[in-house]
Structures are given as C-alpha cells and as structure tokens.
Design a protein around this ligand. Structure first.
Ligand code: BGC
Length: 429
C-alpha cells in the first residue's frame, strides 16, 4: 500500500479522564464504590442482562480475568494511576511518543467541592498542567465534565435537577475564564447520552435509576447544560473551540429485511444524529468517540472468525470509516477524541492502530474533515464500573509501584505521530 500521509497540522494524541487516572478524590463515584464494590464483584461471577448488553456475556467472558473481576478491591479507584501527582512524568512520556495533543478532564469535585465555593488551589493545579503541556509543545484538549459529579451536585438531584444546567454553566464558564488564552479546545461534556443511558435508563452507574422518562429528562438537562455553557465560555474565551464528545456507532444489517432496514434507520437517527442536531449552532467541532459497530437483527457471521478484545468488545478497526463518512453530514471539523481497546498483553493494539488509522485515512480521502486522532487511553486506568482489570493504556501501569512501561504498540504509534504518516507495509511487518 505504501505511505499514507495525514493532513498537515494533524493532531496526534492520547486521552485520560480525572477519576480514571488521578487518584485520591471524593466524588459521587468514590461514594458509590463503598456501597457497590461487593455487589459488582459478585455479579462478575454471574451472567446477567447487564453483561450481555455490554457484550460481556458468559460465553465471551475472558476467564483470564475472572480472578481480578471477582475481587471487591478491583472496584475501589484509590490512588488509580496517581496521575494527579505524576503528570509531569506522564507528559514526558507524551513527548517521548511525539504526541502533540493530550485530552484530559478537570475534576469538578476538586474545583468546586461545595456549591458555589471554588478551590483556587485545585484550579491552579489544572492551570499548571496546561502550562506544563504547552512547555512541551502539546495542545491541551480539556474536558470540563467526563461522567462523575461532585457529591453536592449528586445530593441535590444530579443531572436530573432543574438547576443542573446553571450549576454546570457556572463551573464551565469559570474554567474558561481561568484558562484564558492558554486553552483552545474544550469538550464541555463527555458522551451525554452514554451517561444518561447508563445512569438513568439501565441503572448500571450511579444514581442507578431505571426509567425511560428519567433518561430523557436527564438528557434534556445535560443538553441544556451544554447550550447554556457554550455562549458563556465563548464570551470568556472568544478564541476557544467548543464541542461535546459523542460516542458514534455504525449500525450494520446483515439480513436486509424491511424490518431490519427500518430498525437501522431508526437506530441511526436515534443514536447518532438526533443529539448532534439538537446541539446545532452550539458546537465548533464534532468530538468523535468510536469503539465498535452494532449489528441490527440476526448476526449471521461465523462467530469463530471474530476477534474480541479483553472485555469482549468486537475487534473492529474498520467500521470507523463508515461512521466518519456519515459524520461528514454535520459540516464541522471532526476530532477523533477517543478510540482504543482493552488489551492487557498488547497482542492486538499495534495492529488495531494500523488498521484503524488506515480506515481514518481512507475516510479523509473521501472528504471527512478529520483533524486529529486521540487514542483512549494514554495510561492503563480505572475502567469505570469494571474497575482496574481492563487495560486500555498505550502505557502499562503497575498499580503496586505506579511504574509506567511504554507498550510496543505505543512505540509504533509514536513513529506514526512523528512522521505524520503511516508506512503500511513496514508497520505491519
Ligand atoms: C469513556 C471512557 C471509557 C471508555 C472505555 C468511553 O465511553 O469516555 O471513560 O473508559 O469508553 O470504556
């Protein structure tokens, strides 16, 4: 195939989020850990509809991790990857890997631990991170709110409260004012619809609600929160580029019955386009998170030929091409803000990067205005309700010693970032 060149100025990066890597915080999820760890450890031994929905069905569960998953300690984030104290070391790694952007999130519970009371020391910590990135020539890509809330927000009704948009916008505006000229890219809210689906519809995440009405109500509030924050942040930082991140999915029909085709059209509208349309005029870019396609109707493929990652998600580096082509319709620049896989032994990650980036390059050739690729994740981290055992990092973290080890796939990624191109035959060989 030869050499695939990426557009000039392309951003190459890696992402993390506060709760998943920083360690030692106090928020809604650290409270939830105390009441749910035992239950989650026990559930990991049983097949439940929760498992099958996320693709963790018993048949597909990787027995290699059953010991870790059934230990309650797996579900306490604790010191996580201690990124709060070790960010300089981690930024040195970014630099060593030739990455020119870093997506990270601000921990709302640190910055505003009580309603309306901002902690300047915590704010200064994040400002110091930005300075440290800039010193290394790395563009900060700042997420204001990933998935978890300060305890006071959760206690006052969380995203379901009518006040939520105001609380959020006040905090977001403050951060934009504090960062001033030093930050250009902001993600206000990470995956609003994943958040409300898992927290309010399916009840897997705090506050563990299961209600369709509750889900739509919370989603509407979260949308309002973004729309209220957007102009305030723009006024505080007129140069800034602001968007949400959205987990897009490519829906595939194998048996083209009228019902399946109609279901695919509906799923595509419901999951992919409706949220983007609802935020029209309030986004400067598409924050494109992508993990895997979804089959609508019967999956007639030879299952033995399908590879799975450690958490049983399908190994699927190609459908990002279709999803990116579909995203051309929004007419906005696209930043791939998350994409990656749980792969403890690094057996698939290198190949995944090559195949994914080949698909991204193809989409760019066909008019998708992709301006950057940010891999999830820089570090192994606390994978939300699954705890520590799934390892998404380009960099391995030994949680006992906090030692970082750059995985071979990260070295391969570094060569791509450094040359802004992909030598397909060479990399593959
Ligand atoms: C989330 C991350 C998470 C990743 C892998 C994304 O939806 O933004 O926080 O770790 O998926 O599950």
């Amino acid at each position: 195939m030869g050499k695939l060149e990426f557009p000039k100025g392309f951003l190459w990066g890696a992402a993390t989020s506060s709760y998943q890597v920083e360690g030692n915080m106090h928020n809604e999820w650290t409270e939830w850990e105390k009441t749910s760890a035992e239950k989650r450890a026990k559930e990991s031994r049983e097949e439940s509809w929760h498992d099958s929905w996320r693709g963790y069905g018993k048949k597909e569960r990787n027995p290699a991790f059953s010991k870790e998953a059934s230990d309650p300690n797996n579900y306490f984030s604790g010191a996580a990857a201690d990124h709060f104290n070790r960010y300089e070391e981690d930024f040195d790694i970014l630099q060593e890997l030739h990455l020119n952007t870093y997506r990270f999130s601000i921990e709302w519970s640190r910055v505003e631990p009580e309603e309306g009371v901002f902690d300047q020391e915590a704010i200064d910590h994040y400002k110091a991170m930005v300075v440290s990135l800039r010193r290394r020539g790395i563009e900060p890509f700042v997420t204001i709110w990933h998935f978890w809330l300060p305890v006071w927000v959760a206690e006052k009704g969380g995203a379901a409260s009518e006040k939520f948009p105001e609380w959020f916008a006040r905090y977001a505006e403050r951060m934009a004012r504090e960062f001033g000229e030093s930050v250009t890219f902001y993600v206000t809210i990470n995956e609003p619809d994943i958040y409300t689906s898992l927290s309010y519809l399916l009840g897997f995440w705090p506050p563990e609600k299961r209600s369709i009405f509750g889900h739509f109500h919370a989603l509407e509030n979260v949308r309002r929160a973004h729309k209220l924050a957007y102009p305030k942040m723009k006024a505080a930082a007129p140069h800034s580029k602001i968007g949400i991140t959205k987990q897009f999915m490519h829906f595939v029909v194998l048996q083209k019955t009228p019902w399946n085709l109609a279901a695919r059209r509906f799923a595509d509208w419901w999951w992919n386009t409706s949220l983007v349309h609802a935020l029209e005029g309030y986004q400067d870019f598409i924050g494109f998170n992508y993990y895997q396609k979804k089959i609508i109707g019967k999956d007639t493929r030879d299952q033995s030929a399908i590879l799975h990652t450690d958490i049983s998600w399908e190994y699927d580096p190609e459908s990002i091409y279709d999803a990116l082509l579909a995203a051309r319709q929004y007419g906005l620049p696209i930043y791939i803000t998350e994409n990656g896989l749980a792969d403890t032994t690094d057996r698939l990650r290198g190949r995944f990067l090559i195949e994914t980036l080949t698909s991204v390059h193809r989409a760019i050739q066909e008019g998708a205005d992709v301006r950057g690729y940010i891999h999830w994740s820089l570090l192994d981290n606390f994978e939300l309700d699954k705890g520590f055992w799934p390892r998404f990092g380009l960099v391995h973290v030994d949680y006992a010693t906090q030692k970082r080890t750059i995985r071979p796939s990260a070295r391969l990624y570094a060569r791509i970032a450094e040359t802004n191109s992909l030598e397909t035959e060479k990399e593959a060989g």
